[in-house]
Design a protein around this ligand. Sequence first.
Ligand SMILES: [Zn+2]
Length: 442
Amino acid sequence: MEKNRRKFLGRLAALSGIATMSAIPGVAHAAATKVKDIRLSSHSGYVRLVFDLSKTVDHSIFTLEEPDRIVLDLKQTTMTHGMVDRVNSHSLIRRIRSGIRNGNDLRVVFDLQREATPRSFVLGPSGKSGYRLVLDLHSDKATSSASKPRTKRTTALRDVIVAIDAGHGGKDPGALGKNGTKEKTVTLAIAKKLEHEINRQKGMKAVLIRRDDRFLRLRQRIKAARRSNADMMISLHADSFPDPRARGSSIYALSVDGATSETAKLLAEKENAADLLFGDVSLAVDDQMVKEVLFDLSLTGTIQSSLDIGDEILRQIKHVNRVHKKQVQQAGFAVLKAPNIPSVLLETAFISNPREEKKLKSAAHQLKVAKAISKGVASYFSRKAPPGTWLAASEMDYTVRSGDTLSSIAQRYQTSVESLRARNAIHTTSLNAGQLLKIPVS
Ligand SMILES: [Zn+2]
């Protein structure tokens, strides 16, 4: 009986595929699809949700764990406020929430009691029914093969990857402190703490370019960052200057034209001394000029991002160390010339300043620096997470209404005031009606 029903549905779904395709392209998306009703029914082994629609719809589904959730995204779709609250309760579904995403898309989140596998398909008009989106939540892992051909696969969301490059290493000790502290040792210690801090945050993964005392050419560092598909690279260094009074942290982002200040230029020369190179581009063209132009073009997109990341880190580092330069500096560091990977170089402090040398050696201070960098990174990705990542997908838009407070919104969406603040880079206590907030799906 069950099998026959599935077969029938499978056939229906196949038919609807044709119906969907025959819809006039372009016109189909001119106006939003309306969700007219949501119906829930229980079956053995699965729960079925039918969304009655005004017309066909583009949709995607993904699952989240701990706690188990299923997220359904409907492109260009609207739904009456409160409709999800009218859906019958069910032992598998703890709660249903909905929100707007990207201005016009609808997101529906199902909070589950336990893990479930979603299967979905769109049905075309038939008899009294119009377009429908059918979402089956299978609570057992085994799903019948009969329902497979027309179903949509869930998308796996990746973590954002942060490459951490501890400066120098092996035969290249970097700068030396008056008391013998080596830059390469300090940078590795901070790198490892930063790795830990980043990995603690959901949706982020750190990759260490070197995790021991080894010498790596700049070219190898860039290659390693690329191999790991890094979304961002942070190079850690410690500054030195003949005058022992020089102190503070500085952050550098790549500049196509090279240094923006004389100091930046000198610094770039110093840091590049170990292995000078002009980027690391392998383009399938022979013309040197074309190569350089393409190289520059591939860079321009990342410079703004690099400056943006630098800004976020600087904002945090201010709280743990004096800032040597108030703005993100631009310099032509070779290590920063990793096309398409926004990169920053952080001079954590002056190792040539005995007070800062002592700080740099202290595990407690190293941890503070790592935490500050990690906060800056999180803040950047809360706004600029690349598509396809968990961070980019795990949020919905919310327009603030008068009377809303951060804590009332947090409570309604089962999140914390802290993460609302972090997601939206909110530093004040008051909200304005009409303000758009990103709500993490938690
Ligand atoms: Zn260095």
